[in-house]
Design a protein around this ligand. Sequence first.
Ligand SMILES: Nc1nc2c(c(=O)[nH]1)N[C@H]1C(S)=C(S)[C@@H](COP(=O)(O)OP(=O)(O)OC[C@H]3O[C@@H](n4cnc5c(N)ncnc54)[C@H](O)[C@@H]3O)O[C@H]1N2
Ligand code: MOO
Ligand SMILES: [Mg+2]
Length: 411
Amino acid sequence: MKSVEQHVNDILAVVTPPEPIELDLLRAHGAVLAEPVTAQVALPPFDNSAMDGYAVRAADVAAATAEAPVSLPVVADIPAGDSFTSAIPEGCCVRIMTGAPMPVGADAVVPVEWTDGGVATVAIHRAAEAGNAVRLAGGDVEKGAELLPPGVRIGPAELAALASAGRRSARVYPRPRVVVLATGEELVEPGRPLGPGQIWDSNSFMLTAAAIEAGCEAYRYGFVGDDPATVAATLQDALVQADIVITSGGVSMGAYDVVKDVLLRMGTVRFEKVAVQPGMPQGYGTVGRDRGVPIITLPGNPVSAYVSFHLFVLPALRKMSGLPQEQLPSVRARLLAPVPSSPRGRRSYLRAVLDYDASEGEIAYTALPATRQGSHQLSALAATNALVVVPEQVTELPAGSVVEAVRLPYR
Ligand SMILES: Nc1nc2c(c(=O)[nH]1)N[C@H]1C(S)=C(S)[C@@H](COP(=O)(O)OP(=O)(O)OC[C@H]3O[C@@H](n4cnc5c(N)ncnc54)[C@H](O)[C@@H]3O)O[C@H]1N2
Ligand code: MOO
Ligand SMILES: [Mg+2]
């Protein structure tokens, strides 16, 4: 059987990052930056006031106290957005608002709270040192400095950085379009009644949401039965709007597991067994006549599909998004319950609740494996937040063992 790492590498070899495109700011939200962003001007662009008050020469107010306030004539008023081009005469001040440019000659701002708030003349009852409440030009970012490196995902903070630097658009890797298609004759749309032998489709919802949470544009294509012609026609249709197709079901040994046959005719797809539990039967490759669209075929068991999405699909989506590869974060944790019977030769990923607990020595986390670990026992997914790794050659682990626990994203 193939290792998890080998399977990830094989999948990465069939996907490529898209060509960067220029997108208007809010359209770029969620995409990955394909260029460094530098400040065209210093930020802030000019010295300005940090407070509402009076711009003064600090020397003029050095003697101000509550008992002996200093009175200064107010020669102008500068709201934010305005400017005062002449220098303030010695012994005078201007009323200034937060964000307004400092007038020439002034070197400090006296907050209005330290004054009587006068409009023509102001009485200042506390001294302000030079530089008080003044925000210097370039004090945030110097002209030409890098604001954002390439490879970051554009979230609210990155959009703010771009806009604050005067950028209207950014060069980004467009978010990959992921089409999710479940297969299985037994599947029924949730909301409709179940007939004998039927179950509600849950995989297509799970996988679509997981792809969206991974930063992609994902479309739930629903599900198809086990009729080869319908599977082929639906896939053909799905390819039109897909950068990658994710399917679930039909990839094991079943007599009606038709996905394999259809894909072998429609493209170059390999079906393999990966030494992992759950998620052993896997497939990947490209489909479509003119352009090969990458495809990853996940097993139908819901827990298998969920775990294999995180192990095998996430790396592909990262690469297609223009992101560097990164392991899911993991910590060392103490098992709170024994782990019985993992299959030898396959690495197990057990659903578990990971908790922070610094009370017990150097291992600051505990992991409680879910009692239901079957590949069909979907209820454990929503009740857990991590995957405990049981290495290939280990078949059981007593309580108290220290294990690697992979934190699942968004849990
Ligand atoms: N003789 C063998 N049988 C099986 C093997 C094997 O090696 N030899 N492998 C088992 C393993 S491991 C897995 S995992 C599954 C993989 O099955 P398939 O990918 O072929 O998927 P299906 O047969 O279509 O379905 C399996 C299971 O999952 C349920 N399912 C499928 N789609 C959905 C969906 N969209 N939503 C909810 N549940 C779904 C389906 O009803 C089945 O119960 O094969 C084992 N068998
Ligand atoms: O690998 Mo299957 O995923 O055991 O259930
Ligand atoms: Mg099957």
